[in-house]
Design a protein around this ligand. Structure first.
Ligand code: ACO
Length: 337
């Protein structure tokens, strides 16, 4: 039976560091509020709006992952691109990345599941591998949030949390009898809560996709979020969905070497640790440096956790979990071969 094995990871963030103090110059906020409520100290934003899209950041992360795997882009037989900030409305960023990788016929699929995009992508890659549809897959999560944020006090609750960035993983189907690769995955969505976190415009349901005469500083052009409601939902649903995957993999929490959660808020992940009665060193945090990079967040954290040798030896087990817009949430358990 084939198992889905992560061969390599790659990451890229743009060079422009935005500290909390930089945000103080744009809106009424403070370094203290941001650090206390979210754990974030800085994030990276692209410096040339209009010239850089999600596929450009994704390309750099992909090149690193491909090089580390020893693969050329022509070795790929499938590309999955997770983003909520596609370069353009269509075609998807997966197609744009495919061309930038010098390819012209490799299939490319976009996933629009926000913070859970990587988890949906991992499950999709696994299904493609197990069904024989593909064997060498590039899974990318990439976001350019900064060009779509309300950088005034009105948008401060959302704008301070988001960072730009990308991460990529090379996944290969390998025949082995060992218990390894993606062991379990649990995905959920509740579209009834779509309005708790969304960007409304442009909208295909409107003529010309934009309301006539609406100024471009209309709040509907920017992400809006019911932060406290999502916070509570995350704390309630993440332990549940983690237990769901543990049950599917027939494993106990004690067998997990590291939890690599979506980096939405340090407090959410600390609360998760308390709920699961886990030592904080069993949970990986890098939100301080990057903010919430949405679809890039889990693979970016995985890349750093491997780089720091927190995880990655044969037999190590990592658990991924996240919740975000949709609402969508999920978890996955992966064992290194
Ligand atoms: N700076 C200063 N004050 C602020 C800021 C800011 N940046 N933002 C909000 N405030 C104020 C509010 O106006 C409010 O003031 P008031 O008490 O006078 O009304 C006060 O701070 C508290 O606001 P809350 O929204 O209650 O703050 P909370 O502690 O909930 O923190 C946060 C807000 C950080 C957004 C938190 O709710 C959160 O992290 N929620 C979950 C986010 C999440 O997980 N999203 C999903 C992933 S993202 C995705 O899927 C795309």
């Amino acid at each position: 039976m084939k198992k889905s094995i992560i061969r390599s990871t790659g990451m890229f963030v743009p060079p422009n560091v935005i500290t909390n103090h930089d945000l103080e110059d744009m809106m009424e906020t403070s370094d203290e509020w941001i650090k206390q409520r979210t754990g974030i100290e800085q994030r990276y934003w692209i410096d040339r709006e209009g010239e850089t899209g999600a596929s450009d950041l994704g390309l750099k992360a992909s090149e690193m992952a491909l090089e580390k795997a020893g693969w050329g882009s022509r070795d790929l037989d499938f590309i999955i691109f997770a983003t909520l900030s596609p370069d353009i409305m269509f075609p998807g960023s997966g197609c744009l990345l495919q061309a930038k990788l010098g390819l012209d016929s490799t299939p490319a699929l976009d996933i629009r599941q926000q913070c859970t995009g990587f988890l949906y992508g991992l499950a999709t890659a696994d299904a493609y591998i197990k069904s024989g549809l593909a064997n060498k897959i590039l899974l990318v999560g990439a976001e350019v949030h900064s060009s779509g944020l309300d950088k005034t006090t009105r948008g401060r609750d959302v704008t301070v949390i988001f960072g730009d960035g990308a991460a990529a993983v090379c996944i290969e189907g390998v025949k082995t009898d060992e218990k390894a690769g993606l062991l379990a995955s649990s995905l959920h969505a509740d579209g009834n809560l779509a309005q708790a976190l969304m960007t409304e415009l442009p909208a295909s349901k409107l003529p010309l996709r934009l309301p006539e005469g609406v100024p471009t500083n209309d709040v509907r052009y920017y992400p809006v979020m019911d932060g406290p409601a999502i916070f509570k939902k995350a704390i309630r649903m993440l332990p549940k969905v983690i237990n769901e995957s543990l049950k599917k993999a027939k494993m106990e929490l004690g067998e997990i070497d590291l939890i690599v959660p979506h980096q939405a808020n340090m407090r959410i992940n600390q609360a998760l640790g308390q709920f699961l009665k886990l030592d904080d060193n069993k949970i990986f945090h890098n939100i301080q440096k990057y903010g919430n990079t949405t679809a890039a967040s889990i693979p970016l954290a995985l890349h750093e956790a491997i780089d720091q040798e927190r995880i990655g030896k044969p037999g190590d087990v990592v658990l991924f979990a996240g919740l975000g817009a949709g609402l969508t949430w999920g978890s996955a358990i992966y064992k290194f071969l």
